[in-house]
Design a protein around this ligand. Structure first.
Ligand SMILES: [Zn+2]
Length: 606
């Protein structure tokens, strides 16, 4: 077992004492990773994970943690079981050693000394070891935003441990992996700062705001502190002041904690699809943008909306929400024709079609677009644009995400395969799913991991997935793309204009310039040969701005001769908008009434 041991050091902290303790425990080659800015735990831990790419195990200690003499031997000796991915010290919390005399009261949680009940809770991040491939499988460390439980008040190391358990890995406690935290250099202001931030994070993540109780805590703890000063009990007073700081943090809430709870995208190299950080709640920009939208609407500068569909089909399970049922689609089109102005994409983009204009678009080119969408569009008299992925049409090969969904779906029973390992260019990633719940979580991780890959990597990953799983779960017939002949029939039948979606459905912002240009130009060539006309519009595969589409992508699409391009991000089409980044609303699979309410909320109908 190749083990990387990394000391994560806060800015200005000295990693030497922690290294000395590791050396005494037989670990001679530990490294120190310095945190770039205070509080950037995820960034520092992900940097450690990057360094451990050639290792099987990543063990993390913090700068104030001193491992026990038997720690190194224990770590080398036990790598418990094939399904264990997280090892920590069992039988007790990370002990405090050399605590200053002024530290009284219960500040254990904020100092991450323990995490409650160790039989069920995660191990403290100051002394925990991970199976590297498993940790890479779930995307490394990630700040707490969006955590389901909303209780992740201590750190992203907890979040990573929960993710690992959600995809089937086990935690194992090892008594000999014990360590102590040296608090002798802890300064009272450190304690107060940490309590302030913990209060803010707790309040921000709690379902209800902590403002009122925060104020109450400040008042009560402040009064108690004053009483203890009077009684000549300075340590007790400091304890109460620390609680008052916690309450003050709760009052400040998101204003203080916001930054700490945002995705750490720059240093989360394993997650290309991380959402962009949300704007600070006090930021001026989003308010200005809202005001500008309202102004644009008043001034009659709204051109309309573009809808995004993929499939019209009845699918048993559709976790990616690609399908609308034929029944719902017919109802949606009837509502659209009655209350809005269905119009071709280009006349919505240019504003010719009036303020109630709505364009219908389809991405990818599934065969059910011919089978179910075409007759419904013809009946309702609604025009539509199909963005076809011509490599799939030419080869007949299905889309990789359908294989991933099927092989890891609720009907699959590939658990006999044990650990699922996928080799990617930068290292192996692995999951240990047992049961449908784990498989669903693995599916989401694998989808995110493959999304920005080139074709050879995706082909290799699918081969590994099929070896692990049960290929009989796939429905290649149900999920197939249109054939060239079917695409011709669809293009000449009336409602549909066929446009371009690239050849092999790769994320263009992640593709090298040469293959990006092949995708853009080759797709236009294919459509020109098959249909006799060159496409004028392009839909970027996956299409999320900032992830799959950047400025270079838009420039390349323009250079390839496209006049319009659509992205996969909600928004109205307005005059002065970027014609190479037309926003679209992904349509939910709902009936006519719900569809009308949904669309009315963004673009009021007639
Ligand atoms: Zn697509």
């Amino acid at each position: 077992v190749r083990i990387a041991v990394v000391v994560v050091a806060r800015p200005g902290a000295d990693g030497a004492p922690a290294l000395a303790a590791l050396r005494a425990a037989g670990i001679a080659d530990a490294e120190v990773v310095a945190m770039p800015v205070p509080g950037a735990w995820a960034a520092a831990r992900n940097a450690a994970l990057d360094r451990a790419a050639q290792h099987d195990v990543l063990a993390l200690v913090e700068d104030d943690v001193r491992v026990d003499p038997g720690w190194g031997e224990a770590l080398r000796a036990v790598w418990a079981g094939p399904d264990a991915a997280i090892l920590g010290a069992a039988g007790g919390p990370l002990r405090a050693t050399s605590a200053p005399a002024w530290l009284v009261g219960d500040h254990a949680e904020v100092l991450a000394l323990h995490d409650g009940d160790l039989s069920s809770g995660p191990f403290p991040g100051g002394n925990v070891a991970f199976r590297v491939a498993a940790l890479r499988g779930v995307g490394g460390f990630f700040p707490a935003r969006g955590h389901d439980a909303g209780r992740d008040t201590v750190g992203e190391d907890r979040r990573a441990q929960r993710e690992l358990e959600a995809v089937g890995w086990r935690r194992a406690g090892v008594a000999a992996l014990s360590a102590a935290r040296d608090l002798s250099s802890l300064h009272p202001t450190d304690l107060l700062r940490r309590r302030l931030h913990t209060g803010a994070r707790t309040a921000t993540l709690a379902a209800r705001g902590g403002g009122r109780s925060g104020l109450g805590l400040v008042a009560r703890a402040g009064a108690a502190a004053a009483a203890r000063v009077v009684r000549g009990d300075p340590a007790g007073a400091l304890d109460r002041i620390a609680w008052a700081a916690h309450g003050a943090g709760a009052v400040l809430g998101p204003a203080l904690a916001h930054g700490e709870l945002q995705p750490d995208r720059d240093r989360t190299t394993l997650r290309a699809d991380v959402a962009a950080p949300e704007p600070h709640p006090w930021a001026v920009a989003p308010r200005a943008a809202r005001a500008a939208r309202a102004f644009a609407r008043r001034e009659g500068r709204v051109h309309g909306a573009v809808l995004l569909y993929h499939r019209i089909a009845e699918l048993g399970s559709d976790p990616l929400r690609l399908a609308v049922t034929p029944e719902h689609f017919a109802q949606q089109l009837a509502v659209l024709a009655e209350r809005w102005t269905p119009a071709p994409l280009e006349s919505v983009a240019t504003g010719e079609a009036g303020p109630h204009a709505v364009a219908v678009t389809f991405d990818d080119g599934y065969h059910d677009n011919l089978l179910h969408a075409l007759p419904a569009l013809a009946t309702a008299g609604v025009p539509a644009t199909l963005f076809a992925s011509t490599g799939h049409v030419a080869s007949g090969e299905g889309y990789w995400w359908d294989a991933v969904t099927a092989l890891l779906g609720p009907a699959a029973d590939g658990d006999g395969g044990g650990v699922l390992a996928i080799d990617l260019p930068e290292g192996s990633r692995a999951w240990a799913p047992a049961g449908a719940g784990h498989r669903a979580a693995v599916r989401a991780h694998l989808h995110a991991a493959l999304r920005t890959r080139d074709r050879p990597a995706i082909v290799a990953a699918l081969a590994a997935l099929r070896t692990w799983g049960d290929a009989a779960c796939e429905s290649p017939g149900r999920d197939r793309p249109l054939t060239v002949d079917e695409l011709r029939r669809l293009a000449t039948a009336g409602p549909f204009t066929v446009q371009a979606h690239g050849r092999t459905h790769v994320s263009l912002a992640h593709a090298p310039a040469g293959s990006r240009d092949d995708e853009l130009e080759g797709c236009a060539e294919d459509l020109g040969v098959w249909l006799g006309t060159a496409p004028t519009a392009f839909s970027y595969p996956f299409g999320v701005p900032g992830v799959d589409v950047d400025d270079a992508t838009k420039d390349a699409a323009r250079a390839a001769g496209y006049r319009f391009a659509t992205v996969n991000a909600p928004g109205l089409v307005c005059s002065g908008g970027d014609p190479m980044a037309i926003p679209r609303f992904a349509v939910p699979d709902v009936g006519g009434e719900a569809f009308a309410r949904w669309l009315d909320a963004v673009l009021p109908g007639r």
